[in-house]
Design a protein around this ligand. Structure first.
Ligand code: ADP
Length: 215
């Protein structure tokens, strides 16, 4: 199963990717997490990506394509994978298909900009695992500590109000066109749009039902 999760920042792609990964037993490829790891490790890619990320802009397409290409060639991706955060431009989607990756299914999560802004302002993450919490909707058991490891949670630098606005604009201009790109593609993937309004378990149940009906 080769699956793409699409949707604006903060819609819950990362959470849904983890839930689907546990259910389908295929790895998640999260380009955002990969880039943040590269920034933390101070690699050449991390240094080049950091400015774009902190200002809410996209990292150049070719860098992203090289990063994803190397990842999907790994052994654990041979059973399939869930792409979270890639492709994010039509150019990236074209590059993916030129790599010979036939995406089978696109799940597009939808949420209004106003709700996204509220969600992102309360988001805290455990960087090592990618686990995501929210001060109101999904608080950790102990204040600002990860439930599993007890390690401190952090807020992402690009979750500040100004940068969230920039990320939403970039999403509408550069990523949203992917919806029609995929739904109009001949022999393209099956595309489903799902409201991300409910809590994570509700959204997951909807995604599972769609994938079930498809198989
Ligand atoms: P979100 O979807 O919540 O905005 P991500 O964690 O997916 O955040 O990505 C964070 C940042 O990493 C993006 O704002 C962008 O700068 C960069 N990034 C991630 N994936 C891509 C991609 N496919 N193409 C270009 N930039 C990317």
């Amino acid at each position: 199963m080769k699956l793409v999760l699409l949707g604006p920042p903060g819609v819950g792609k990362g959470t849904q990717a983890q839930l689907l990964s546990a259910w389908l037993k295929v790895p998640v490829i999260s380009t955002g997490d990969m880039l943040r790891a590269a920034v933390a490790a101070g690699t050449e890619l991390g240094q080049a990506a950091q400015w774009h990320m902190n200002s809410g802009q996209l990292v150049p397409d070719q860098m992203m394509v090289d990063l994803v290409k190397a990842r999907i060639e790994a052994q654990d991706c041979q059973v399939g994978f869930i792409l979270d955060g890639f492709p994010r431009t039509v150019q990236q989607a074209i590059a993916l298909s030129e790599l010979g990756v036939g995406v089978e299914c696109v799940l597009a999560l939808k949420l209004s900009d106003a709700v996204i802004v509220r969600r992102l302002s309360g988001r805290w993450v455990h960087p090592a695992s990618g686990r995501v919490y929210h001060t109101m909707h999904h608080p950790p058991q102990r204040d600002l500590l990860d439930d599993v490891t007890g390690e401190p949670l952090v807020q992402r630098e690009d979750d500040c109000a100004e940068t969230v606005q920039a990320r939403l604009e970039v999403y509408h201009q550069q990523t949203e066109p992917l919806l029609s790109y995929y739904s109009n593609a001949t022999e393209g993937p099956l595309c489903h749009q799902v409201s991300a309004q409910g809590d994570a378990e509700e959204v997951h149940a909807q995604l599972k039902a769609l994938l079930h009906a498809q198989s």
